[in-house]
Write a protein that binds this ligand. Structure first.
Ligand SMILES: Cc1ncc(COP(=O)(O)O)c(C=O)c1O
Length: 376
């Protein structure tokens, strides 16, 4: 119990009979600030084009007319649309969707993880992976990456042999480093385990166009799961649509833990309409890649350390005091992400103007605190 301002005794969550493993924890989430240049959560900073928005609104309007009924629990039309978008001869039976890929991953852990089971991951990686593990009572096992945040086939196999996890989480391109994930590493991981191998491809559309996706490995690999999202390249973060492709048996397993009607009729209608306009929704991907590459070149010229990135963001090292640099950028109306990696910050590629604003602000930061040498 804590004392409230009026002298009475306030009741807090610490006074509740909450799960022991949640006691003292803080909810996950980057600061949501009203800043002119928001480059902190790897969103697509380009809005949905007007004509596409009109079509999406028409579809939502139509769906609203029958919203007194529960939605299609199997969201069959959406799964067909997603299969069509992904290609690779995928069928609706191999697709599953939820409110963001975070929910897809949570369902996967509910079905294949849980108390007494473990998931292997390779930090630094998407921080929700370990948080979802903890929320589902799955033991998170962190393993070591190679130099420059890479994971070779030998490294992944050694970690699997050492820890015998029930699930392996790989992230390619990796957040927060942007590091490519080689197809050979995924195949080696699959061969080294009898468990589930999940490849988080949230940033797949930002990879070089000739780089193979983990989707190419699906045929004949029944325990492989490829997770994707409409939040990034598709400029649909606020709509909350993530999905996965896997063998239909994996989809059957997830059906056992999903809440009935978890995808609202409005979400389904919006996503189906957006997928009808895939080329237009994805039109900004090339521009974002150009801005990302510009960030890499210019940050390097300022003396910062950058890494190969196949995503829509750049991790850069050599920042003497990341916290002070973050605050200094914020004063200039630019927000980036301080992930607690010593001497590093992460920035999402923005529009040309936003990227210019960030780079100008960074030049001033570099004058305040000159870049330092970092090992990686
Ligand atoms: C690697 C990775 N996976 C999944 C997500 C979650 O995306 P969403 O839940 O919006 O689909 C993110 C978001 O930043 C991410 O970086």
């Amino acid at each position: 119990m804590t004392a409230a301002y009026d002298g009475s005794v306030a009741f807090t969550l610490e006074d509740l009979p909450i799960r022991d493993d949640l006691r003292g924890q803080s909810p996950y989430g980057a600061p949501q600030k009203h800043v002119r240049v928001q480059l902190n959560v790897n969103e697509n900073t380009h809005p949905v084009p007007d004509d596409v928005a009109d079509d999406i609104v028409d579809s939502i309007r139509q769906a609203l007319l029958t919203v007194n009924r529960y939605p299609d629990r199997e969201f069959t039309e959406l799964r067909q649309s997603l299969a069509g978008y992904l290609g690779h001869d995928l069928t609706a039976e191999q697709l599953w969707a939820a409110n963001g890929s975070n929910e897809v991953l949570q369902q996967l852990l509910q079905a294949f993880g849980g108390p007494g089971r473990s998931v292997l991951g390779f930090p630094p990686t998407y921080s929700m992976h370990s948080i979802l593990a903890s929320g589902t009572g799955t033991t998170w096992i962190p393993a070591q990456r190679d130099d420059e945040f890479r994971i070779s086939p030998e490294t992944v196999v050694a970690a699997i042999r050492a820890h015998q996890p029930d699930i392996v989480f790989l992230c390619g391109p990796n957040n927060p480093t942007g590091t490519p994930l080689e197809i050979e590493t995924i195949a080696a991981a699959y061969d080294a385990t009898d468990g589930i191998v999940m490849v988080d491809e949230a940033y797949a559309e930002f990879m070089p166009s000739d780089a193979p996706s983990a989707l190419t490995l699906l045929p004949g690999r029944e325990r492989l799961v490829v997770s994707r999202t409409m939040s990034k390249a598709f400029a649909f973060a606020g709509a909350r649509v993530g999905y996965m492709a896997a063998h239909p048996a994996v989809i059957d397993a997830v059906r056992l833990v999903r809440l009935p009607y978890h995808l609202s009729a409005l979400t389904q209608a919006a996503a189906i309409a957006a997928l009808r306009h895939a080329p237009e929704m994805l039109a900004m991907v090339d521009d974002i890649k150009t801005q990302r590459d510009r960030m890499v070149t210019e940050l390097r010229a300022m003396g910062y350390r950058t890494y190969e990135t196949w995503s829509n963001f750049v991790l850069f090292g050599g920042v003497a005091d990341p916290h002070a640099a973050f605050e200094s950028l914020l004063e200039r109306d630019v927000i980036v992400r301080d992930l607690g990696i010593p001497n590093h910050l992460r920035v999402s590629a923005g529009t040309a103007e936003e990227t210019t604003a960030f780079l100008d602000a960074m030049r001033q930061v570099a004058a305040e605190q000159p870049p330092v040498r970092v090992e990686a």
